[in-house]
Design a protein around this ligand. Structure first.
Ligand SMILES: Cc1ncc(COP(=O)(O)O)c(C=O)c1O
Length: 498
């Protein structure tokens, strides 16, 4: 009969199983308590830079420490420095959820600790990833030809899309020669809107295209790329000796969540023979709701598309779903098989290391699988719809208030607005007023809102997307915004007006 592990007998082994069980229960209990009282916890920490570091020993522990002590330090040292992204009143950037099933999937992934670089290094990791991404593809209404892979972030997904677009330019043979070996060929140009996420420019920097190789197309009054100006830019660039190769459209831009006109952009890409990548990192998930399906209109024509389940699909950070109809181009760009990585299954399977820059791969598909199964298509749809309805409510409260104005349409669950005190029309004053207002709101630490600038105007953003957020939390936020508005009026010596 097998003897149970004992720390005394075998100190070179892992943590004894019984101790793991106890600590595991304790940690799960801690998480349950934490979620149970999260409403009472300030969403923002109150620490100065360096304060957390000062509470930590500057040297590693010479001897092992008791788990009790380690867990105790979570409350004492770590929590004071946590910004609670998993909080119902977190409305900054894009609001997200590490949901219960997602957390459990993450835990199991660490326990199995597989490296899914090859099919053979864990067949279930590869095959579950393929199946679960195909489920998600169906939920989004994307075509069957779309082949999926999980990367860590949308930034990395878009980087792979742009690398594949570059690979498609046969004359350049970038894989062999690099861009430096192509001095006689025209420099590459990529197009995206003025409102695109900075990750597109970062990808251009990384891939040797450079910032000059990114041409930003102006947007219309609703912050959407203007297709006629895209067409004009491509023509101008061809005449000026550039090689256009890729267009990145966005469904749900970071500042306002605007939706580029993908059907028109797709038509231009077809005509000009350019790779079309769609960054739907945040907005794409809305397509699981039938009445929102049209947000992905035209995306069926894209060469690639990214949606982040770690943004609005309740999957803990990080998990980005990347789809392409041309996996063979991606493979051509990245596959490089060292001898030790060859297996007897290679002719029958997909080895996911062949489709990206990384070799080792976490078993991320587990947490997406847990989330999709636990909530089901219907449960996910209802939750997204609820967030969309909450956003409509706040948009309506703002629209009905004489001293607040929405600064962009609200196609998803993110609202852009600013305060406009009566009689104040000067841009500088309005910007300072709203910046001060936001500082005062966040200083209470009860809600967390973020900001952006639109055509020089300082704008406050409220993003809704956490599963614990209810109408009550939104009401609390709206009350606080109005209370701090009155305080800001006083500070600016302005009359309350209407
Ligand atoms: C539209 C869009 N694309 C890409 C990103 C980058 O996402 P990630 O952090 O997954 O790289 C963001 C981040 O908010 C985004 O809003």
């Amino acid at each position: 009969m097998k003897e149970p592990y004992s720390r005394e007998r075998d100190s070179l082994h892992d943590m004894p199983l019984e101790e793991f069980r106890q600590a595991g229960y304790q940690l799960i209990d801690w998480i349950v308590e934490h979620f149970g009282h999260i409403d009472e916890v300030p969403v923002l920490p109150a620490v100065e830079p360096g304060e957390i570091k000062r509470m930590l020993p500057q040297e590693p522990p010479p001897e092992g420490e008791a788990m009790e002590k380690i867990l105790g330090d979570i409350d004492r040292v770590i929590l004071p420095g946590i910004t609670h992204w998993n909080h119902p009143r977190f409305f900054a950037y894009f609001s997200i959820t590490g949901s219960g099933p997602g957390i459990l999937g993450e835990l199991l992934s660490a326990a199995l600790n597989v490296n899914g670089m090859l099919w053979k290094t864990s067949p279930a990791a590869t095959e579950l990833e393929q199946v679960v991404l195909d489920w998600f593809r169906q939920m989004l209404g994307l075509p069957k030809e779309f082949w999926g892979i999980i990367y860590d972030t949308a930034s990395v997904s878009s980087l792979h899309a742009i690398a594949a677009a570059r690979e498609q330019l046969k004359a350049y043979n970038v894989r062999e020669k690099g861009l430096a070996g192509n001095k006689e060929l025209p420099p590459l140009r990529l197009y995206t809107s003025e409102q695109a996420h900075s990750s597109i420019e970062k990808a251009a920097i990384t891939l040797g295209i450079g910032l000059e190789g990114v041409r930003k197309i102006p947007v219309d009054a609703e912050f959407r790329m203007i297709p006629e100006l895209l067409q004009k830019a491509i023509q101008e660039d061809r005449q000026a000796g550039w090689q256009p190769f890729c267009v990145v459209a966005t469904v749900g831009t970071t500042s306002t969540t605007s939706i580029d006109p993908v059907p028109e952009i797709a038509q231009i890409c077809r005509k000009e023979d350019l790779w079309l990548h769609v960054d739907a990192a945040y907005g794409g998930t809305a397509a699981v709701v039938p009445e929102m399906r049209q947000v992905l209109a035209g995306c069926e024509e894209a060469d690639s598309l990214v949606v982040n389940p770690h943004k609005w699909l309740f999957v803990p950070i990080d998990l980005s779903a990347f789809y392409t109809r041309k996996p063979e181009v991606l493979k051509q760009a990245f596959s490089l098989v060292a001898e030790y990585l060859r297996t007897d299954a290679d002719s029958q399977v997909e080895n996911l290391m062949d489709y990206g820059i990384q070799l080792g791969r976490r078993f991320r598909a587990l947490k997406l699988w847990f989330v999709l199964r636990y909530f089901g298509q219907d449960g996910i749809m209802k939750r997204i719809r609820y967030h969309l309805n909450l956003a409509k409510k706040l948009a309506d409260w703002i629209d009905r208030h004489p001293n607040f104005r929405r600064m962009a349409p609200t196609p998803f669950s993110t609202i852009c607005f600013r305060a406009e005190p009566p009689g104040v029309t000067d841009r500088e004053t309005l910007n300072r007023f709203n910046e001060t207002l936001l500082e005062k709101i966040n200083a209470r630490r009860k809600v967390f809102l973020s900001h952006t600038k639109l055509r020089g105007d300082y704008v406050i953003r409220v993003a809704i997307g956490n599963l614990r957020t209810s109408e009550r939390h939104l009401e609390e936020a709206w009350e606080l915004i109005q209370e701090k508005y009155t305080e800001t009026l006083k500070e600016f010596s302005l009359a309350a007006g209407s």
